[in-house]
Design a protein around this ligand. Sequence first.
Ligand code: PMP
Length: 285
Amino acid sequence: YDDRDGKIWMDGALVDWRDANVHVLTHALHYASSVFEGERAYNGKIFLSREHSERLLTSGRLIDMEIPWTVDQIEAAKTQVLKANGFSDAYVRAVAFRGAGEDMGVASSRNPVRMAIAAWEWGAYYGDAKMKGAKLDISRWKRPSPETIPSAAKAAGLYMICTMSKHAAEAKGCSDAMMFDYRGYVAEATGANIFFVKDGEVHTPLADCFLNGLTRQTVIRMLKEKGVAVHERHILPQELEGFEQCWLTGTAAEVTPVGQIGDYTFEVGALTRDIAEQYERHVRS
Ligand code: PMP
């Protein structure tokens, strides 16, 4: 992703894509002092743009890092990036992190907090799984307790086990991995939230130790508006067998049907297809 034409916003100005670099002694690279956002623009407009900018600032505060930009400044920067690159439909990645400077140890209070925003064209996150249903592995890694790490932040440190889980899944021919939490309840995939359907009602894990995704919140609202009962609750592994349908939600994933998790299989049913189509219309409306 580093060698291409285009512009990236970095610390207040647009720079050439190839020049958007940092020093190897960047604090974030060593100690994961970094938070980020994943957003999607549809027809030139970022879906829930302000909410994403606000979440970025909140994630920063949750890891004790004050980002030196306001929501309005971030909004203007994102618009600049889309315009400079001529994108209408694109994935937008904002990242804020502790840079290189006076400190090179665990503490980093004297180093600058830096920020960058890039965008690129990115189609379906799970490729053709979007139609047939993704195949998920079951990860050996558990989502950590909120007493262990600020689990509501979209922070780099939380993704170490996600990358490991996804690599293990891909090595087995799966698109992603489903993770349990530290108590053994169903949690989410490595970069998307999870939903199940049984007897016409929807069940989704309570977001008490992982990111309560903006797509998750949007889909829950859509389901309720359709009159579908939604149960946000703790889900035990043995319940997987009884669920009929399953899908993932996320900015990148949008609504992606799941056909299999480990040995459990699900149908790409009517409600899954309805919600996927409704979400697609909604983000462009
Ligand atoms: N969980 C994780 C771990 C994620 O990385 C994402 C993607 N941001 C989500 C859930 C979904 O969040 P959203 O719908 O806000 O993109």
